[in-house]
Structures are given as C-alpha cells and as structure tokens.
Design a protein around this ligand. Structure first.
Ligand code: CA
Ligand code: CA
Ligand code: CA
Ligand code: CA
Length: 276
C-alpha cells in the first residue's frame, strides 16, 4: 500500500515535457518498486498497430490528452510490466461517473465468437509481493455491443465473504477484467499465433463470447435477443467500466476499490481474436 501511495505521488509530479516526465517517472517508479526495469513507453514510440488491437477510441470522457489521461494510450499497443510492475503505457479511467468508462472499437471491424477466448483486456495489475493471490488490481466490468447503445456483459460476480470490503485476491473477482498481470509487450514480448491467445503467456484477462450473459442487471439494454445476436454476429463496441462506478446487486453498494488505488482502472489495450 505504501509503495502504491509513493507511485501515486511520483505519477502526480510530472510537469515538465512529456518525454522527460515519462523518463523520470519510470526511473522513480523503478526505484519505488525496487526493480531495475519497468515498462514504460511514450505514445510517440508506438509501433505500427497489430491488426488484433482495438485501434479506435469511440468515447473516453476522462481523456485530457495528457499522460495517463491520454486515451490514445488505450489503443497504442500493449506494454505489460510483468508480474511485479504495472505498465505506464495506460489510460486511467475515473473511479465513478461518466469518466469511469471507455468505449473502444476495431475501426469498422466486428469481433466475433470463435473457438476459445475472443478478446483479451490488459489493465496494469501486478503482484503486491510474491503471493499470486495478492494483486494490486482495479476491477473492470466488460461489456460488448453491436450498436453502442445496447450492451451485454459477462455476469461479473464479486465473491469475497465481506462483499463491501476490497479483496486483492483475483479469484474473488469472477468475470471482471483488470486482475491479471500483463506479460505481453509489443516490443519485448510480441507473441504471435496461438501463443497470443494463451493468457498464461500473455497475462491479461481473456473473455469468451460463449459466456456472454443476457442479464440486464446494470440497465445496459441487454436482453436475450441482444445477447444472442452478439453471439451470432459479433460485436463492434467494447465498453470498459470501473467496477466502482457500478452498484453490486448483492450489496446495494458500489463495488469496493483498493484504498491505495489512484484514479480508476488503467487501460493498456485490448486484443480481438476473430475479426471480419
Ligand atoms: Ca469464443
Ligand atoms: Ca489506477
Ligand atoms: Ca491499475
Ligand atoms: Ca497502451
């Protein structure tokens, strides 16, 4: 928690040029995290986008265009920091309100349901220590749509025994994103083929449209008709929302957040597997 607080402090300091600020932040974060290297890549260093990547920001109310509030960081490639460090190549959502969501697309392409997982969401979670069940995580509710109006999700369920308290155990956050450290990196660990869809190799949180729910718990316009159509035809729009912006139907309160978290979830990027 203290380390996360320090990291927050460090990330709040950048006031010089972007490149210098990023560089200084990286060095300081590396110090804070007790590591020699840390994932950092300014958007000016972007590679050509790989075709799997969500490449269009449809809406991002929290965007200011500056550093971690630059929504371009959600579509500029994925640059994971490994098990023990969070990527800095991210766009930070708000914890609540309209700024707690971002909608992405693959230009005019549709992502459809094929064998296994169909897309992977990459936030910047990392282990709080050596325990894989203690993660600095920021839970994300994932929803998809054909029309950017009616969305269906994956029936996220927070299973902690004290559901108004925050848990760093990713197994308590069923069907949420933002909970698995990111190993994939566009420059230093650029996986291809089947390896790209093996989350044991990429990290991040994979979703399978087979598991799409027809629940309208969050009043997103979901129905069995909408859900069946997405499963048949695919989706064009992916919405990522900080869980803390939504009411947990099991408690009547917002999903809890780590008290050390800074802003909302930090979006590095999304890869879509089957495209047409
Ligand atoms: Ca599938
Ligand atoms: Ca955050
Ligand atoms: Ca985060
Ligand atoms: Ca990124």
């Amino acid at each position: 928690m203290k380390r996360l607080g320090l990291l927050i402090l460090v990330l709040s300091l950048g006031k010089c040029t972007e490149a210098t600020s990023k560089s200084n932040s990286s060095a300081l974060v590396a110090l804070v995290l007790g590591q020699g290297t840390v994932s950092a890549s300014a958007s000016t260093q972007r590679n050509p986008l790989r075709e799997e990547m969500a490449d269009t920001v449809v809406s991002a109310p929290a965007n200011t265009g500056v550093e971690y509030r630059n929504s371009a960081n959600a579509v500029n490639g994925v640059r994971g920091g490994g098990l023990n460090a969070g990527s800095l190549d991210v766009f930070s959502l708000d914890q609540t309100g309209s700024g707690a969501s971002i909608v992405l697309s693959w230009k005019d392409k549709t992502i459809y349901n094929g064998t296994g997982i169909d897309f992977i969401v990459f936030e910047n979670p990392f282990r709080a220590g050596s325990d894989p069940n203690s993660i600095f995580l920021e839970a994300i509710i994932v929803e998809v749509s054909e029309d950017n109006t009616n969305y269906c999700g994956f029936a996220p369920s927070y299973t902690h025994s004290s559901p108004t308290s925050f848990s760093r155990n990713p197994s308590h956050w069923q069907n949420f994103a933002g909970k698995t450290p990111v190993i994939y990196h566009d420059e230093t660990n650029r996986l291809t083929g089947d390896s790209l869809w093996d989350t044991a190799q990429t990290g991040g949180d994979g979703f399978d449209l087979d598991n799409l729910s027809d629940s309208n718990t969050f009043n997103t316009g979901c129905s069995s008709t909408v859900k069946n159509s997405i499963q048949t035809n695919g989706f064009k729009y992916l919405k990522l929302t900080a869980a803390s912006a939504r009411t947990n139907p099991n408690t009547g309160s917002a999903f809890p957040v780590d008290s050390g978290a800074f802003d909302g979830p930090d979006i590095d990027g999304v890869l879509g597997r089957y495209r047409k």
